[in-house]
Design a protein around this ligand. Structure first.
Ligand code: DP6
Length: 331
């Protein structure tokens, strides 16, 4: 029996993906930019079976002792992905499998768990069917499962090109993990699952009256962020990260139906981060689709950031992440 093992990181987006113009092929409305994160990852163990009827997906959640069979919703999303993958790459063969997927971080809490899972599955299926896909093709394969997953395939700091069709919408590495010692400290304020899936949010993003102006602003912000990244201008980079997160959440809160991912603790921590900057400790926030704040800082400020946020009553736990490599097979 063939077994494939894969490890894949989640990523934190500095420029976010929100809304798409083709929900089946997951074609975004702008370029996006992210960093793979070292301590939030998914490990996948896939056993291949001869009987195509044998299709099992089990998940071990953060801090759970055992694997549990995926619920109907997760299984059906995965099986849909399996079909899209085969269709896209012209794979006729159907296989059976027993997949065990384990997360090092809380699921569905605004730390893109779909990014690490679907990127990992793209690589696992590539090996299951012996397709020999290139990194670019793997990033396309991951995108068919989840937009953010396309960015977890390459190493380090990753750019997802919007493109105008499936072939031209792919991710590539802009820089290796050691290019810049940025840190993403995730401040967990809630272990609860978010109120709405990103999947649902993408579908109604354009109902926000702010959406079109966001897309316009993004053209400028994306260029500025890329320039700040190239110069390693952390003040500019961090300021743009915060502007981008606010723009994203303003759209979320004004789309129909409105989505409120933040809770009171998220807002308290944003204010506290501003206060910390007044003490010359440079750090900035960003948020994905969830209440948990991602604190972006440089290594030289890490200790001070940790000390300050560990002492805040809103914080349940801090997860310190360094820039990481992308999706890999493991022994
Ligand atoms: C706000 O790629 O996770 O994190 O797979 O459909 O759930 P689904 O979407 P996903 O959306 C990510 C949204 C985001 C921004 C980002 O990561 O770019």
């Amino acid at each position: 029996m063939k077994t494939i093992k894969v490890k894949s990181p989640a990523n934190i987006a500095f420029i976010k993906y929100w809304g798409n113009h083709d929900p089946h092929l997951v074609l975004p409305n702008s370029d996006t930019f992210s960093m793979n994160i070292s301590h939030c990852f998914t490990t996948i163990n896939m056993e291949i079976h001869d009987d195509p009827k044998h299709k099992i997906l089990a998940i071990k959640k953060y801090r759970d002792a055992d694997f549990e069979r995926a619920n109907a919703e997760s299984l059906s999303r995965f099986l849909k992905y399996y079909e899209s993958f085969r269709q896209y790459f012209g794979v006729k063969k159907d296989i059976g499998f027993d997949i065990r997927s384990e997360n090092s971080f809380p699921l569905k809490a605004g730390i893109a768990s779909s990014s690490s899972f679907f990127s990992g599955m793209a690589l696992a299926l590539n090996h299951a069917f012996n397709l020999g896909l290139s990194e670019r093709e793997l990033s396309i394969a991951a995108r068919l499962g989840s937009g953010s997953a396309t960015r977890s395939i390459p190493d380090g700091y990753v750019w997802w090109h919007q493109g105008n069709d499936s072939k031209s919408s792919f991710a590539e590495s802009l820089a290796a993990p050691d290019y810049w010692d940025l840190i993403d400290v995730v401040a967990i304020v809630s272990y609860g699952e978010k109120s709405a899936t990103s999947h649902a949010g993408h579908a109604t993003a354009s109902t926000s009256p702010l959406y079109q102006s966001r897309l316009k602003e993004l053209k400028v912000r994306t260029k500025e962020m890329r320039a700040a990244f190239e110069k390693k201008d952390f003040t500019k980079f961090g300021t743009l990260c915060e502007e981008e997160a606010i723009s994203l959440h303003a759209v979320m809160m004004t789309q129909r139906p409105a989505i409120y991912y933040w809770n009171g603790a998220s807002i308290e921590l944003m204010k506290k981060l501003q206060q910390l900057r007044q003490q010359n400790i440079e750090a900035y926030y960003t948020f994905d689709a969830g209440a948990n704040m991602h604190i972006i800082t440089e290594k030289k400020h890490l200790k001070a950031v940790q000390k300050y946020f560990e002492a805040q009553p809103e914080v349940e736990e801090l997860i310190v992440n360094y820039p990481a490599i992308g999706t890999r097979l493991i022994k």
